[in-house]
Design a protein around this ligand. Structure first.
Ligand code: N01
Length: 495
């Protein structure tokens, strides 16, 4: 791709803030593009890794794809005619972000291998430091640090004693060949359910250690034909229509089901049950694969490949609890040793860390750890009382039931940009949400959460330490309405 846009023609006279973007994943790249287009060119992107892409850089496991359709999981302003599948593989998504970052001139603005470990609001500006000392002093910080970033390693006795190769699914070791190997996978989340069908053809055996059964929604993943792609290339309106209609379809179905629409939920439950009934014949295996909680309580898994794969002779579903890990493999509660050459920890992520372990110090010495000691809450997911001129993308309570996080991030950024434009135009020097407005917002969230599927009794990464889901409990329409325009009455402004 060639460079698409320089500094926007809309740049206006006024204050020119210096802005730090933290993280060069989906949201960080987006922020850089939109800032430039709006004429804000004094910014830097700090990225702790040596490559952009965030979760798509970190996750490279076999079978990785996104369960949001590719023509929806794209920036609205950079639709991509080349997507290979309805749900394209992870490597293609990573290449997409690299291509967009190159096309929009974002790449040279990224400072790699630079982890911001501390940010302190002092004398009206944010002082950002790495382990090596102060690095930058800025007017605004936009934390684009992602949600599913920190792998969770299971607390199982003897984990380190395993003599074979062992790695987390988000840190896949491609130097380890799987051909002819006995592979153990711990976990049955979206990740493991994608890995099993992807490796079953080449391994000697897969042992899938299941602690909790999963509901699986049957979803085929057809490729786009050359003719489809040709059509997309020449008629971008077709892609725009797909983007809009896929968004509307999810908003009207799945996103409604998870927040209490019984009719929509019934359709999901029936589809998951029929998937199990029609595709798993052995009654004992079917019993083991039948969850004891409501569909979509955990993040719903989409796959039409898992049930066939787990019924292959090379696959074994292990439902006996794990006792410990030994040099030779995994010992389960029934005393059996499952001998393994490779052990994959598909045990998920801590979805409640956000920009931590970054140490943030806001006004009057308020630290992020103190602000979040009881609960990880924010004002409309994007701002924090006591932390002026600090914004988050995809912060607490951002995810809307299986929606594209790109669309969510675009809407949140458009909201934040309105405030930065107000700063440019002299509207304030410092802005932070009012504590009472933040409290009211979070009380409303807690109340609305009672009607959602996420609190119907299951364990999932959605739930924080208090058992509250870090999700948006209302409709997508409400999200759009609430994020359309900042209500300045809900902010404290310093002129
Ligand atoms: O992780 P998970 P994931 N002993 O947290 C088990 C996104 N994503 O990486 O259910 C034994 O869902 C744990 O068991 P249990 C998507 O948002 C998207 O699969 O808690 N087992 C569970 O089975 C997704 O939701 C895509 O009882 C242990 C598993 O590990 C999110 O990432 C693809 C254990 C963790 O499942 C995370 O998915 C991949 C222990 N000590 C990921 N500890 C797509 O777009 C944990 N487990 C398709």
């Amino acid at each position: 791709m060639s460079e698409a846009s320089g500094t926007g023609a809309t740049a206006k006279a006024g204050r020119t803030p210096r802005i730090a973007i933290i993280g060069a994943g989906m949201s960080g790249i987006l922020t850089a593009i939109k800032l430039r287009q709006a004429g804000f060119d004094d910014f830097a992107i700090y990225e702790k890794a040596d490559r952009l892409g965030g979760t798509w850089r970190d996750n490279t496991y076999p079978g990785l794809s996104c369960d949001v359709p590719s023509h929806l999981y794209s920036y609205s302003f950079e639709l991509n005619p080349e997507w290979s599948h309805l749900f394209s593989p992870g490597a293609e998504i990573q290449a997409y972000f690299e291509g967009v970052a190159g096309k929009y001139g974002v790449e040279p603005r990224i400072t790699y291998n630079t982890e911001i470990s501390r940010g302190e609001y002092r004398d009206g500006r944010w002082h950002l430091s790495t382990g090596d000392g102060e690095l930058d002093v800025v007017d605004f910080v936009i934390a684009a640090t992602g949600v599913l970033r920190d792998p969770v390693y299971p607390d199982i006795d003897g984990l380190d004693s395993f003599a074979g190769d062992r790695f987390h699914s988000a840190r896949w070791n491609h130097d380890v060949g799987l051909a002819g190997k006995r592979v153990g996978i711990i976990g049955t989340g979206s990740t493991a359910i994608q890995i099993v069908p992807a490796i079953i053809d080449r391994v000697a055996k897969v042992s899938l250690f299941q602690r909790t059964a999963q509901w699986i929604f049957p979803l085929a993943n057809p490729p786009y034909t050359e003719a489809d792609k040709e059509n997309f290339r020449h008629n971008p309106g077709v892609m725009q229509h797909m983007h809009r209609s896929m968004s509307a379809q999810i908003a009207g179905s799945f996103s409604q089901a998870v927040i209490g629409n019984r009719e929509q939920m019934k359709l999901i439950e029936e589809a998951c049950q029929a998937n199990l009934d029609e595709n798993v014949r052995d009654p004992e295996l079917k019993r083991q694969l039948t969850p004891d909680y409501q569909a979509a309580c955990k993040r719903l898994i989409m796959s039409d490949e898992f049930y066939p794969a787990i019924q292959r002779p090379e696959a074994e579903l292990v439902t006996e609890g794990i006792e410990r890990i030994e040099a030779g493999g995994v010992r389960t509660g029934d005393g059996r040793l499952h001998e393994l050459d490779v052990l994959v920890l598909a045990t998920g992520f801590d979805g409640h860390r956000f920009m931590r372990p970054m140490h943030l110090v806001g006004q009057d010495g308020l630290t992020l750890d103190r602000a979040w000691q009881d609960a990880t809450q924010a004002y409309r997911s994007v701002a924090l009382p006591g932390f002026p001129n600090f914004f988050m993308l995809v912060g607490p309570n951002s995810p809307i039931g299986n929606f594209s996080l790109i669309e969510i991030s675009e809407i949140q950024l458009a909201y934040i940009m309105q405030l930065i434009e107000l700063y440019r135009d002299g509207g304030f020097r410092a802005i932070a949400p009012r504590p009472d407005a933040t409290r009211r917002f979070n009380e409303a969230i807690m109340e609305a959460m009672k009607g959602t599927v996420w609190v119907t009794g299951c364990r999932s990464w959605y739930l924080d330490k208090n058992g509250n889901p870090a999700m948006w409990p209302w409709s997508f329409e409400r999200f759009c309405a609430e994020m359309d325009q900042p209500d300045l009455n809900e902010f404290e402004l310093v002129a």
